[in-house]
Write a protein that binds this ligand. Structure first.
Ligand code: ADP
Length: 410
């Protein structure tokens, strides 16, 4: 069975509140809504299917962090959302972590933990850190303090040595860190009261989860090294299954562990959001039909919505290049699509140069995946087979994790 959380878009009020740390009930609304959504999803499973559910897993938003009471599991503080930054904690984190470590970003889970730790009067003795997926899974299995090595990466867990590094263990706040197991590992049986309330089987198990974006990669079933998934959504993100681990903070490239392999990823600021500046989805479809994808466009752009690029070019001052604009919209779109394909090719080449397994096949997710002409352009530019991933829903990936942890005869 599958469950997937979605990124709650923060409201202006929520963003305003990120400036301060509030503790009032009102600010617990996120937690209440996540819990309510989980139980309403369980309620939605048709009654006759419930006894057939062998295992459950959940993916959650990476770096969405909860500080909970280590006795009751109830949040002690409002959750820190994935995109919140805690710059106040950054100097402390940078002083203990290795240079350019994933935790050295204001929005990392570790910065959120340190920021909370530094608040006067915080209930340090009986506190525990959990990620969104960990906490939701806890509601189902009842064993407090378990996470997975994908969610734990941004708090500093080292998936290669399968432990928290000594620089982290020696910090006073390390007592809050959860224990970590592999995604898809059985944590335990579904709590009895939930089992009986909903009519699940006695042996239904709950498995460790993962992050949203890894679950989306798992959904595409790109299981061999060299298989990659390009997400053509508002931005362009690539993920490649590699036998070697790559981390390079200059380009925002880091690796998640997937069993005995590594999921290497990077994200460019180019992508569908630039297309949206010029064309509606309907125009994109109509104009694309008139493009000859076998013909290379002579137009050379660097489509960005704003100044600055991180990957595959690390240049905060890179200026968007979208001129000259030809009279024909078909030619203009062709030029933009082709230029984005060149950025994608450069991105895969960079991962190879950094030491990742060479890409052999690209599956595509996101709004741009439905554009067949673009797929053909990308195939020509990348020199690789490119196709649309059959499944891209993170919830499908979470279901595959649950299947992995399920007893073999289920
Ligand atoms: P996200 O979830 O990142 O916001 P989506 O995966 O929903 O994005 O994709 C939305 C993007 O897809 C939009 O930016 C839009 O420009 C782009 N898009 C929609 N239709 C097409 C199309 N036919 N060809 C290329 N891009 C498209």
């Amino acid at each position: 069975m599958l469950l997937s959380t979605s990124k709650g878009q923060s409201t202006p009020k929520e963003r305003e509140n990120t400036q301060f740390l509030w503790k009032s009930d009102e600010k617990m609304d996120w937690v209440r809504s996540w819990r309510a959504a989980l139980f309403s999803l369980l309620e939605d499973i048709p009654i006759h299917l419930r006894p057939l559910v062998a295992s459950i897993s959940i993916d959650g938003t990476s770096a969405t962090t909860l500080i909970v009471d280590s006795n009751t599991g109830e949040p002690l503080w409002r959750p820190f959302l994935y995109n919140e930054s805690c710059p106040d904690a950054l100097p402390t984190v940078k002083s203990v972590a290795p240079a350019n470590h994933t935790v050295c970003s204001g929005s990392s889970t570790l910065c959120k933990l340190v920021s909370w730790w530094n608040i006067e009067g915080s209930n340090k003795k009986s506190a525990l850190l959990l990620h969104q997926a960990d906490w939701l899974l806890w509601l189902l299995h009842g064993k407090l303090g378990v996470s997975d090595y994908n969610n734990a990466l941004k708090v500093g867990y080292d998936p290669a040595s399968d432990s928290y590094p000594s620089w982290l263990r020696s910090q006073p706040y390390s007592q809050l860190l959860p224990s970590v197991i592999a995604p898809g590992t059985s944590i335990g049986n579904l709590k009895e009261e939930i089992r009986t309330q909903f009519g699940f089987q006695e042996d239904c198990i709950v498995c460790a989860g993962t992050t949203d974006s890894i679950a989306a990669f798992l959904a595409a079933r790109a299981a061999q090294p060299g298989k990659a998934v390009t997400s053509l959504g508002s931005t362009l993100a690539i993920k490649l299954l590699s036998t070697t681990r790559i981390d390079d903070a200059r380009f925002g490239v880091y690796s998640h562990r997937l069993d005995d392999k590594w999921l290497v990823g990077g994200a460019s600021n180019t992508g569908g959001a630039v297309l949206k500046q010029f064309f509606t989805d309907e125009q994109l479809q109509k104009l694309s039909e008139q493009i000859n994808p076998m013909e290379a466009s002579p137009l050379d752009y660097y489509p960005l919505k704003a100044v600055g690029e991180r990957f595959p070019v690390a240049d905060p001052n890179l200026v968007p290049r979208l001129h000259p604009r030809p009279e024909s919209d078909v030619e203009y779109l062709h030029g933009i699509l082709e230029s984005i394909a060149h950025i994608e090719a450069k991105a895969y080449n960079l991962l190879k140069d950094l030491g990742a397994t060479q890409v052999e096949e690209v599956l595509t997710a996101g709004g741009g995946a439905k554009n067949e002409k673009w797929t053909k352009i990308r195939e020509r530019v990348l020199g690789l087979p490119v196709s649309r991933a059959k499944q891209t829903e993170a919830a499908y990936g979470a279901a595959l994790l649950a299947l992995k942890g399920a007893p073999h005869d289920s």
